[in-house]
Write a protein that binds this ligand. Structure first.
Ligand code: P6P
Length: 338
């Protein structure tokens, strides 16, 4: 039986692409996968460990926290804190950045993460995920200021996600392609599944929460109408729709077989620019999408160019096959950006 390429081996080989590599990032990723393996175990035993259901608290967006949101968050914080790779962390589940324990060495990176995206799906056994983004700390070795996290997505050192589905997979990029690994629960190792993943340029599949239709801006209304017209409309072929309600699951499908995911600004909450967060959802997924030949915008401009204004800032998201993302952008321009 061939064991294949372990994530650890792949990371060590990948170091060669980064001439200034000190091995620090490799150790960070290796330790982060320890937390991910622990989250995978908790998710897979949710019904047994009685960690399903709501925690009775809310997150930064006022959304009810699931017990597993808190468990996953704590697993990342507790695993990563003492290891010395990070100067600080920020999480969807924490209002302000997490300050490392007094005795923990400060490292050169910042970790920003959504510990359990799509967690409302836990109780119905639908795939959820962990999303992470790694940035360089402006002042390595010391505690970061809150504004140190507010870096454009183009400055990410690495980004990735774990998807807890029929199998647990880890997908990440350091800017040298997108690579996917499957957790072998018996070995306890992530094994290389796909190297240099590419999002098919052409697709006929879209993902959007269609119940918000009446709140969409005209450009989105027009694009989705095109998709629904299928071969009778400008797209010239029938389209299919999927909506998991878990961005990681929807994005993983798009990364694997193409498609476009849209969570646009909608007028249901006119003061909200969107639902998804820039720093720990849109930016990491945008880095992956671009590295896989796809694209990600806020409808108007490249996501990775946006300068974050706050830690939990929300943005509209259009991500996936480049031709579809560009078509949406064209419609926004035709409608004068509305
Ligand atoms: P809706 C999960 O709560 C999430 O942040 C994304 O993972 C997902 O794509 C989206 O929200 C689902 O939103 O409005 O369809 O429930």
């Amino acid at each position: 039986m061939q064991i294949g390429t372990t994530l650890t081996r792949f990371l060590l080989d990948e170091e060669r692409h980064h001439h200034s590599a000190t091995g620090e990032f490799t150790r960070l990723m290796s330790d982060l996968t320890t937390a991910i393996r622990a989250i995978s175990s908790a998710v897979n035993r949710a019904g047994i460990l009685e960690v399903r259901g709501q925690a009775g608290s809310t997150n930064t967006a006022g959304e009810a926290q699931q017990k597993l949101d808190v468990t996953a968050n704590d697993l990342v914080l507790e695993t990563m804190d003492p290891l010395g790779h990070l100067a600080g962390m920020a999480s969807e589940e924490l209002e302000i950045p997490y300050a490392l324990a007094a005795g923990s060495p400060r490292g050169k990176y910042l970790l920003v993460f959504d510990p359990l995206d799509g967690s409302s799906n836990i109780d119905v056994n639908i795939s959820v995920g962990t999303i992470f983004s790694v940035l360089e700390a402006p002042n390595p070795g010391s505690d970061p200021a809150p504004e140190d996290f507010l870096q454009s997505g183009s400055r990410q050192v690495a980004a990735g996600y774990a998807v807890y589905g029929s199998s647990t997979m880890l997908v990440y990029t350091t800017g040298v392609g997108v690579h996917a690994f499957t957790l072998d629960p018996y070995l306890g190792e992530f094994l290389l599944a796909d190297q240099d993943l590419q999002i098919p340029q052409e697709t006929n599949e879209y993902a959007i929460n269609a119940s918000n239709r009446r709140f969409w801006e005209p450009a989105i209304q027009r694009y989705i109408h095109d998709c629904e017209q299928g071969k009778d409309g400008p797209l010239g072929e029938d389209y299919n729709m999927r909506w998991v309600g878990s961005m990681v699951a929807d994005f993983h499908r798009i990364l694997t077989r193409g498609g476009v995911f849209l969570y646009p600004r909608d007028l249901k909450k006119p003061d909200d620019p969107g639902k998804l967060r820039l720093l720990y959802e849109a930016n990491p997924m945008a880095f992956l999408a671009e590295q896989a030949g796809g694209a990600c915008t806020d409808g108007h401009s490249r996501m990775l160019d946006r300068k974050p204004e706050s830690l939990h800032q929300k943005v509209p998201v259009v991500i996936g096959s480049r031709s579809e993302v560009e078509r949406v952008g064209q419609y926004y321009r035709e409608y004068g950006g509305a």
